[in-house]
Design a protein around this ligand. Structure first.
Ligand code: ZN
Length: 263
């Protein structure tokens, strides 16, 4: 009988299953993304308590089963990230961050740097008192593209190698493109270009600010790059800069339901 395995993990999704169980999508440092079942977790006396909900950073004990799912036999909380659940904006941003990881890294291939990045992102969202920064969300996605090996080329035209007049972006070419090669892409302003360069070079907590227009362009570049090179459709950031819905309890309830229905 295989030995139990203990690993840190972040709960990406938690799907109701049967009468009292949950199927979990976990992201781990050394086993990548894996599926597990937590039996009896929805009973009020479950020893797991609420620990296996999305965005929990937990240390789990897993037993390999005969099927695709491992069985969770123990779970200790490393970080509950409870504060981010109290606000629609950070709850939504956390759900989208987990979704981006799940879509870009869906295999057991280990990416410990992605695990650390996700833990940092959830920690930040938990500390920001209900406000998610779009610049941070985009910096997170750029760093995911880097880890996936499909980060946009930013140093020179991805089509001809020119180093000047980089005024466009083409996912087909693989990054920024110069004025002569721009036919295959869309216009990318200087501010968006600078944002992407600085966001990649800065720690997640220090993602540079930029105008909404610049961030929208950067988002388009990131989404198209992931679609073209990983065949993954990343969900756009929402809400973008602007009105915070965090003071409206109705929105909180709706967001929570949606995540539950989703998984
Ligand atoms: Zn060119």
């Amino acid at each position: 009988m295989p030995r139990p395995l203990k690993t840190e993990s972040v709960v990406l999704r938690s799907i109701r299953y049967g009468e009292a169980d949950r199927i979990l999508h976990l992201y781990t440092p050394h086993l990548g993304r894996l599926g597990a079942i937590a039996k009896g977790v929805r009973r009020s006396r479950s020893r797991f308590g609420a620990r296996l909900e999305p965005f929990f950073h937990v240390s789990v004990v897993l037993h390999e089963g005969s099927g695709e799912l491992a069985t969770v036999t123990g779970a200790d909380t490393v970080a509950a990230n409870a504060e981010l659940r109290n606000h629609a904006e950070t709850l939504d941003a956390a759900a989208r961050a987990c979704d981006a990881v799940a879509r870009l890294f869906e295999t057991p291939e280990p990416h410990p740097e992605v695990f650390r990045l996700l833990v940092s992102e959830l920690t930040l969202l938990n500390e920001w008192e209900g406000h998610a920064r779009p610049a941070n969300g985009l910096a997170f996605r750029l760093k995911l593209l880097l880890a996936a090996g499909i980060v946009p080329q930013l140093g020179a035209c991805a089509s001809c190698g020119a180093r000047d007049h980089l005024h466009g972006f083409s996912a087909a070419a693989g990054g920024v493109v110069c004025s002569s090669c721009q036919g295959s892409g869309f216009p990318l302003e200087e501010e968006s270009y600078r944002f992407m360069v600085s966001a990649l070079g800065a720690p997640l907590a220090e993602a540079p600010d930029a105008s909404e227009r610049a961030l929208r362009q950067a988002e388009r570049a990131i989404v198209e790059q992931a679609e073209h090179h990983a065949h993954v459709r990343l969900r756009p950031l929402q809400p973008f800069a602007g009105v915070s819905p965090s003071s409206r309890p109705v929105r909180v309830a709706r967001a929570a339901v949606r995540i539950d229905a989703n998984g």
